[in-house]
Design a binder for this molecule. Structure first.
Ligand code: P6P
Length: 335
């Protein structure tokens, strides 16, 4: 069968071989994410028509006003994963603590945990701008058959088994990796099927797009200020183009296709950066590196960071390999 006509379901079965001794659990897990993504996609696309936009009237642990769609997306992914008893634990941006999945006989024989941002960029929903779901999958490190502990979630990004995102944009795509490259699937909404539309996605080594909230410029570290001035100088193939959607998944997805770098540095408002290590930076870093790009905190690989807290934040520089390298060069001048 021609690659591009392959459905996500067929692709998952075919790639099952990548996991020689797999019990099919990971395939079932990715299939359940596919199902939940379709349900959320349906609601996101209705946002302007039904009472599903606007604030939910509560705040999450981050102190952010939960949007109704945030809660809907979180409930949808949680229920889909819990009802299928495919994982032994789940952590979400929307939940203060991780959830332990109890099996029928209270056992926890599943070996995977999932961390996710069910609807990233949700402040964009009311203005009809792309939003996304981000997920990260690890093998548990505590004994199978026991309740999960925080140690199962506080693993460095290099230990990820799989990671990916759903972008609810002009079309809805699911992009994921299991450590064997990155593949993108586009949803045909007429029949509710994801088709392989972007096989073997590659981050261009170079690019001419930089994505940052320049409104925070005065608060950035000097290395970032110097890098941004470098991007804007009339030299060689510069000035670059500034493109910032304010939705991590959308900005990185565009940069992966066109070439570019996304920066969320520290600032006085976000002394550790804004993005969360476990369910935003690590999964996007896994995708970026598998596609030949780079993901850094400005000094070293994101996926080498040993997490200390579930919702910890880190500075995030992610995109075309040579562009992240150049940003790190400017950062290194001030160490
Ligand atoms: P700012 C959305 O809230 C998010 O987590 C990312 O999706 C996005 O890139 C970033 O924050 C936008 O943050 O401070 O520029 O509005």
């Amino acid at each position: 069968m021609e690659e591009r006509n392959k459905t996500l379901g067929e692709f998952i079965i075919e790639k099952q071989e990548d996991f020689k001794y797999s019990s099919g659990e990971l395939s079932r897990l990715i299939n359940s994410i596919r199902l939940a993504a379709k349900v959320v996609n349906y609601k996101v696309n209705q946002a302007g028509l039904v009472d599903i936009t606007g604030a939910f009237g509560a705040q999450n642990i981050q102190g952010e006003d939960q949007q109704k769609l945030d809660v809907f997306a979180n409930d949808t992914f949680m229920e889909t994963l819990i009802n299928r008893e495919i994982v032994c634990g789940i952590a979400s941006e929307e939940n203060d603590d991780f959830i332990t999945i109890k099996g029928k006989d209270e056992c926890h024989n599943n070996k995977y945990v999932v961390l996710m941002d069910p609807l990233d960029g949700s402040s964009n929903i009311d203005v009809n701008v792309s939003v996304g779901t981000i997920f990260s999958i690890y093998r548990r490190v505590t004994p199978i058959g026991t309740p999960v502990t925080i140690d199962d979630f506080l693993q460095p990004g290099d230990a990820q088994v799989a990671a990916g995102y759903v972008i609810y944009g002009t079309s809805t795509m699911l992009v994921y990796t299991t450590g064997h490259g990155v593949n993108g699937f586009t949803l045909n909404p007429a029949i509710g099927t994801f088709y392989l539309s972007h096989p073997n996605m590659q981050f261009p080594k170079d690019g001419t797009i930089y994505s940052v909230n320049e409104g925070n410029y005065v608060h950035f570290p000097q290395g970032v200020k110097d890098y941004l001035k470098y991007c804007q100088r009339e030299e060689e193939n510069r000035p670059y183009t500034s493109r910032y959607i304010g939705s991590l998944v959308a900005d990185i997805h565009r940069n992966m296709i066109k070439g570019g770098v996304y920066l969320y540095p520290t600032s006085s408002k976000a002394p550790n950066g804004k993005l969360r290590l476990l369910y935003e930076c690590n999964p996007m870093a896994f995708i970026a590196e598998q596609a030949g790009g780079k993901a850094s905190d400005g000094f070293g690989r994101i996926m080498e960071i040993k997490p200390t807290e579930l919702h910890q934040r880190v500075p995030f520089f992610c995109g075309s390999y040579n562009m992240v390298n150049k940003a790190e060069e400017f950062m290194a001048k001030y160490v």
